[in-house]
Ligand binder design. Structure first.
Ligand code: CAO
Length: 417
């Protein structure tokens, strides 16, 4: 038995930039044969974006396209369309994240693909869902964060709407799409039929912002949100405000300064005040007198002066590094973590050991770091391989589709592959 559950699933990866490639990369890690279809000569734009080595594919590309094969194909040329048609007949899934209508204009509408291969699953990412009043828009990450409710609720109340560094619009949408594809594959086992799977970036951001939709309804009903820094001294309007670094659930929390914060912009921890952990918190920070003090011993009593409490905790943190602080607090079972930089994460031995960050060898750029699977299985350890060079597998894929060497040479000559 294969320990790569998706082995045997053939995927036409018609994706580019980040949202689609993140999805197909994950499916490739789990064993699918992912054939990345790229325009001859140029390929995915990310091959060239933000290059750190002049003639090597950019890290933007290499970190989103590992474990795939690359086929160059001009699908606007007749021979290119013919190759894609053959590929569709032999494949299980086609994934795309072109601008609205591009696949139809190419001549490969859902109806046409279904006619070629009724078992085919066609999976698409778009900025907005079909029928939405913005469904004609092209969309990138930050646009989606604004459209999906993340930007208006992120940042500080006295600053502008803020974009998260996490790819909520791109990679997050890709992960939603992967779930959709796997569901359609299981559905096909039951019905024998493929289907169209569509995920919009706006919906995917909104899905992660559901607690803010919760808050909007609470605000509409009661006029305030007690876990936000605006409560009880500030004012609320009729929309969910930006809450800075406040905890999003019932647990107040904040980013607190540690030793060295004056010079190190990341000398901070995140500290959470879990209601039932109040006594351990007081013991940890040497404030046993707060345990039974009625001004402190309930969440309601603490909330009006929560920032004074955080201030006192910062006094306790002043002579401790973020690591020392967490090492003490973990003994008291307090949910907390150091604010980690990308440099610290890149060198984190635990992440290397678990395979969440891996070093791979690329034919042109040499060794580089990339992310590994964040999903861990007991019976599958994805082996992360370097991304393919542009057109590296064109000849192999065309041979598998039955093209002779002469035909391949002819197509190369005409620029179709
Ligand atoms: N051969 C021939 N033509 C090809 C081709 C190939 N192999 N691959 C792509 N093309 C063509 C498309 O058919 C399209 O042609 P027409 O518009 O003339 O019909 C053209 O290339 C441009 O495609 P596009 O609209 O996808 O590209 P863009 O750079 O203008 O837009 C993006 C990029 C991301 C804004 C747009 O693709 C989009 O909105 N995608 C959906 C949302 C999405 O996934 N965004 C996230 C990207 S990650 O940040």
């Amino acid at each position: 038995m294969s320990n790569k559950p998706l082995e045997g699933i053939k995927i036409i990866d018609f994706t580019h930039v980040q949202a689609g490639p993140a999805c197909t990369q994950m499916l490739a890690w789990f064993g699918a044969d992912v054939i990345k279809v790229e325009r001859p000569g140029s390929g995915d734009v990310t091959r060239n974006q933000l290059r750190d080595i002049p003639d090597a594919d950019a890290l933007y590309f290499t970190m989103l396209n590992s474990n795939k094969r690359s086929l160059t194909l001009d699908t606007k040329k007749a021979e290119g369309k013919e190759v894609l048609t053959r590929l569709i007949k032999e494949s299980d899934v086609l994934v795309e994240n072109f601008g609205p209508g591009a696949l139809d204009r190419m001549g490969f509408s859902w109806e046409n693909i279904k006619a070629l291969n009724p078992k085919m699953i066609v999976a698409s990412v778009k900025g907005f869902s079909d029928g939405h009043h913005y469904d004609d828009l092209k969309v990138y990450e930050n646009v989606a964060q604004c459209a999906g409710g993340a930007a208006s609720t992120t940042g500080f109340w006295d600053g502008p709407p803020t974009i998260s560094a996490a790819a909520l619009g791109d990679s997050n949408t890709g992960m939603h799409l992967a779930i959709g594809i796997l569901t359609a594959i299981i559905g096909r086992q039951q019905t024998g039929k493929g289907q169209k799977v569509a995920v919009s970036m706006q919906d995917s951001v909104l899905n992660l912002c559901r607690v803010k939709l919760r808050d909007q309804q609470r605000l509409d009903r009661v006029g305030y949100l007690e876990e936000y820094p605006q409560y009880p001294h500030g004012t609320f309007s009729d929309v969910v405000p930006r809450g800075g670094n406040a905890g999003g659930g019932g647990q107040p929390g904040w980013v607190l300064k540690c030793k060295g914060w004056e010079t190190d912009p990341n000398a901070y921890i995140y500290f959470t005040i879990q209601g039932h952990a109040w006594a351990p918190i007081c013991r940890a920070i040497g404030k046993e007198q707060w345990i039974d003090d009625p001004d402190y011993n309930t969440a309601e009593a603490r909330q009006p002066h929560i920032f004074d409490i955080f201030g006192k905790i910062e006094e306790w943190l002043a002579d401790k590094t973020k690591y020392e602080a967490v090492d003490i607090l973990r003994k008291f079972d307090i949910p907390c973590a150091p604010v980690l930089t990308m440099k610290e994460l890149a060198n984190d031995e635990s992440l290397r050991k678990s395979g969440s960050i891996v070093e791979v060898d690329h034919k042109v750029r040499g060794k580089y770091l990339t992310v590994g699977s964040p999903i861990k299985f007991s019976d599958l350890k994805p082996e992360i391989k370097a991304s393919p060079l542009l057109g590296e597998h064109t000849a192999d894929v065309l041979a598998e589709l039955g093209y002779s060497r002469e035909q391949v040479a002819q197509m190369q000559e005409s620029g179709a592959v």
